[in-house]
Design a protein. Structure first.
Length: 159
């Protein structure tokens, strides 16, 4: 009996060790209303996203979730640089949710790309690692559309 427990514990350690530990995130400061909305939104997110397994985040109480090798969603973020100046030409709608992607990130095929919701409060940001650009990122943003529309307030549609 003890032997099974040691084998199971070793297998669990290998499995968790392969995940690389928690994903470090910058936790935005939220007021009580935004914190409650983010908590409800995060609770509604799927365990798996675009076929990616969930990952722990650090700090553990950050309004964020992570999947796979570093696809990270953070709730309650500020406007990204260039957001107001570039919002019209950079507004992409995926399953009815508007997203802003910095043009410089889209023009480069290397590195991550960051999508920030347009018109929803609190605002969310999804950082997509380079390896997930394309099909995985589109699937992830598509799967996020329903919880975004159900839990976040639409204040202005993507134009």
């Amino acid at each position: 009996m003890r032997r099974r427990g040691v084998v199971a514990a070793g297998a669990l350690a290998l499995l968790l060790g392969g995940c690389g530990g928690p994903v470090e995130v910058a936790a935005p400061a939220l007021d009580a209303e935004a914190a409650a909305t983010c908590e409800s939104f995060l609770a509604a997110l799927p365990d798996e996203l675009a076929g990616l397994e969930p990952r722990a985040v650090s700090p553990a109480d950050a309004p964020a979730r992570a999947w796979g090798d570093g696809l990270v969603l953070t709730c309650g973020v500020e406007e990204p640089p260039g957001f107001r100046q570039l919002i019209t030409p950079s507004c992409d709608e995926i399953v009815g949710v508007g997203w802003f992607f910095p043009p410089a990130e889209l023009e480069s095929e290397d590195g991550p790309v960051t999508g920030t919701t347009i018109g929803y409060r609190p605002r969310i940001e999804v950082v997509v690692p380079e390896d997930y650009r394309g099909g995985v990122s589109f699937a992830a943003l598509s799967e996020l559309a329903a919880p975004v529309k159900a839990h976040l307030e639409l204040v202005q549609r993507c134009q």
